[in-house]
Design a protein around this ligand. Structure first.
Ligand SMILES: [Fe+2]
Length: 305
């Protein structure tokens, strides 16, 4: 497989060659990250890396942690495929995330994951717009000891986050689309807080009225939208969502399937098996179709609705 640094922004195609594409699980690009020390690396599977976003999976073995801390010139959100993981921030937050939970990390928030369980953990991550920049990650990266934690030696030099972390316990509503769990611009101001969006805290909505599909946002802001679709079974014909298009690029990852993706105007359809993904360029009309006798579930990662 290719070096991760060589495929960034051009996997599985160069940005000028974007087209709707089924990307099968076995075609994800594998790498250790970081690549120079297997003992402190996670096992990374890149699904899409283009000029507008990156979508991938990483795995940590039992007891494992990746090192050093990570940072991006874009927001990163998680969907926990297999938990629990504990995600630490540079400023002293430790989010305990179980299977199905989400996490929102604004641009330039330092982060690192620990696996305290006896199982492999797996995380589906979405970074938008950019995963790496000219100066990010910087040449000097803080160590764990530089972050805030129980009796940490550097705690006094780091901000008190109690007044920074925003409370999003209020019940969500449709008007929160575009600012969930918090406003993106506000969240990106230093010192950045990260936000666990547990399954019960996802922003729920319904996509379409004639053919309703459940839509559950983990993150929704000016950089991107990340969450899950649930399309039930049943009907006179197969259950389908209403056709939609987006102003930005996106991808669908199959959690429970198979899922049929129908490209309405192109009269082409594709079958996503569990763990397969589909790239949807801006402006392409698509719908999800469920031919099964059980609900199907997909993660959506969309840069602009
Ligand atoms: Fe990251």
């Amino acid at each position: 497989m290719a070096k991760l640094s060589e495929i960034i922004t051009k996997f599985p195609f160069n940005p000028e060659e974007k087209r709707p594409m089924l990307i099968r699980k076995q075609d994800y690009s594998t790498a250790l990250y970081p690549p120079n020390n297997a003992f402190t690396s996670d096992n990374t599977f890149t699904i899409v890396s283009t000029d507008t976003f990156m979508l991938g999976i990483y795995e940590l073995g039992p007891g494992g942690s990746f090192d050093p801390l990570d940072i991006h010139p874009g927001d990163e959100s998680y969907y926990i495929l297999q938990g629990p993981i504990v995600q630490r921030s540079g400023n002293g937050q430790f989010a305990y995330l179980e299977t199905g939970d989400g996490l929102y990390m604004p641009e330039e928030a330092w982060h690192k994951a620990h696996n305290f369980s006896d199982q492999k953990v797996r995380v589906l991550y979405f970074i938008t717009p950019k995963a790496w920049g000219e100066n990010i990650p910087p040449a000097v990266i803080p160590t764990d000891a530089d972050t805030k934690f129980y009796k940490g030696p550097n705690n006094e030099n780091l901000p008190d986050m109690r007044t920074v972390i925003k409370d999003f316990a209020r019940q969500g509503c449709t008007d929160d689309i575009g600012a969930w769990p918090v406003d993106g611009k506000e969240a990106r101001k230093a010192p950045q807080a990260v936000y666990a969006v547990h399954d019960c805290n996802k922003l729920n909505n319904v996509h379409g009225t004639e053919h309703p599909m459940l839509m559950r946002f983990i993150t929704s802001n000016d950089y991107g939208h990340y969450g899950e679709f649930v399309l039930p079974a049943g009907g006179y014909g197969p259950r389908c969502s209403e056709p939609d298009t987006h102003n930005g690029d996106g991808a669908i990852y199959c959690i429970e399937g198979p899922i049929t993706i129908n490209l309405v105007d192109m009269e082409e359809s594709f079958q996503l098996e569990i763990e397969d993904s589909f790239f949807i360029p801006a402006g392409i009309k698509y719908q999800l179709v469920n031919f099964n006798n059980y609900p199907i579930k997909a993660v959506f990662a969309i840069t602009q609705l």
